[in-house]
Write a protein that binds this ligand. Sequence first.
Ligand code: SF4
Length: 226
Amino acid sequence: MTTTARPHSKTRSPHRKARSPTGPDGFRALCERVQACFDCSSMNHVHILGDVNGSLDADVLFVAEAPGRLGAARTGIPMTSDVTGRRFHAFLAEAGLDRDRVFITNAILCNPLTAKGSNRRPTSREVAACGDFLAAQVGLVRAPIVVALGGVALEALRHVEQHEAVLARDVGCALPWAAGERERTLVPLYHPSIQSTLTRPHETQRDDWRRLGELVRGRIADAVPG
Ligand code: SF4
């Protein structure tokens, strides 16, 4: 992977498109537009979006922060290889959720780097710049439950559809949220980085994920015709 820092494109943003196809064709078209985007500087332009993120028929759409230097930026697969990825999979297991039944993406799709090449938190400008891509994913992935993993993800989802959720107050709550022309449930959780345990202890996060699993199973049961 190469680290690229390019000036903003003078041409029309590849985000913008008047009408987009839906379903798998729409997703392929979206991935092509993402691959062509270099709007942000100080970024490893890894563009983590493709079939590796999950199925459009997923039960849950997870939105995290950004691909990590030692994680998705290295493997090309969200939530793999680094400590955050291992914690995410441990929490998925606690919740009784199968990775094959979830779609995992990030507030921004490239890896934000410091001048020294370390991971950094995405800026509000970068989150806004990637907002149309996130909105397109929310529109394409039919998951009834959307989980924001951390404050950056919650901020990013406001670019998709307004919500009033605050992470510290609403963590683990199931909040009604209409986005992507569907009625959804928005669940704020802490980001699975090890640093998040300084704010919310590991055991408490584990309980949050177990409740998420119960919520998902309840939704699936409700959706099955009786
Ligand atoms: S983070 Fe998003 S908006 Fe920024 S360059 Fe990557 S794909 Fe484009």
